[in-house]
Structure formats: structure tokens, C-alpha cells
Design a protein around this ligand. Structure first.
Ligand SMILES: [Zn+2]
Length: 158
């Protein structure tokens, strides 16, 4: 019996669904989760590695390419792909900064390629594609944000 809470790959592997999940660059996807005394991992995963990722959207494109291949040929039905750079640019430069907008455009191009790839492989009509974020951002010029340790002052909040 698989629990309803826990890592995404555990929830999708519930026995009555039998969904095979692949995770790319997802934090802690390489740490086994115990279910009924048995340690399980996703069927396929690429661990998160900030150093390997850098700010290269080509890494995202490669992961999405693998998802299409896995959906078409390798009996996977769910995939989770993490890409950190829009968030990190927003934190570093602000939500409306040129650097952040540039990154959004790069990712938009990568996603366009992914959607075309799904279409070319007859997967578009059977694939749900969802983009999520852990939080939003807004410019906020009059707020001061303090963190544990050294106080930080920011021109935006999140
Ligand atoms: Zn963030």
C-alpha cells in the first residue's frame, strides 16, 4: 500500500494507478523513501546538481527531450522536471529585471521546443503539461526583509 503523502514518485506509484515516474534535477529525488519497510526510488531520476546545472537552459531542454522518449518508448506516464534559474534570477536581480526576463524568454523557447517534440511524437493530445512555481515575486521598494543571521535589505519581496 503506497501512502498518499511523500515524494511525488511514491504518490504516483500507488498500486491502483501503477504510474511510472521519472524525475529530472529534482531536489532529493535520489533519496529512498520507505514504504511498508521497503526503500523505494523513482524508476528513473537525474539528481539535482546545482554545479552541473549552472544557468544553462540546454540542461532543461535535454531533460524534456528525455521525457518525450520515455513517454513514447519506455512506459513512463509521469515526469517532473525542475529548472531553478528563473527563480534564482528573480531573487538576485528582481522579478522585472532584464536578466530575469531574458531567462523567462530562454525557458519559453525550450518549452516551445518541448511542445513541438510532443506533437511530432503524437503525444500532444495525451499529455498534460503543467508549470508550477514555489512562490511569486513582486517589486516592493519600501520593505525591509530580515533573515536569520545577517540582516538583508531587499528592493523586492517574495
Ligand atoms: Zn525562490
Amino acid at each position: 500500500m503506497y501512502p498518499l503523502i511523500g515524494p511525488k514518485y511514491v504518490a504516483t506509484k500507488k498500486s491502483h494507478l501503477g504510474i511510472n515516474t521519472t524525475l529530472h534535477h529534482w531536489s532529493r529525488c535520489n533519496i529512498p523513501f520507505e514504504v511498508d519497510g521497503k526503500a523505494i526510488l523513482p524508476k528513473k531520476y537525474t539528481p539535482y546538481d546545482r554545479n552541473a546545472y549552472g544557468d544553462d537552459p540546454e540542461v532543461l531542454a535535454q531533460a524534456l527531450s528525455e521525457v518525450v522518449i520515455d513517454f513514447k518508448f519506455n512506459e513512463f506516464q509521469a515526469a517532473f522536471v525542475y529548472y531553478p534559474t528563473i527563480d534564482s534570477m528573480g531573487h538576485k536581480y528582481g522579478p522585472n529585471a532584464e536578466e530575469t526576463i531574458f531567462e523567462v524568454r530562454m525557458v519559453d523557447d525550450v518549452i516551445n521546443g518541448f511542445l513541438n517534440d510532443l506533437e511530432a511524437n503524437d503525444l500532444a493530445s495525451t499529455t498534460n503539461f503543467v508549470i508550477v512555481s514555489d512562490h511569486g515575486m513582486s517589486d516592493n521598494f519600501n520593505r525591509v526583509r530580515a533573515s536569520l543571521g545577517t540582516p538583508t535589505f531587499s528592493t523586492f519581496s517574495f
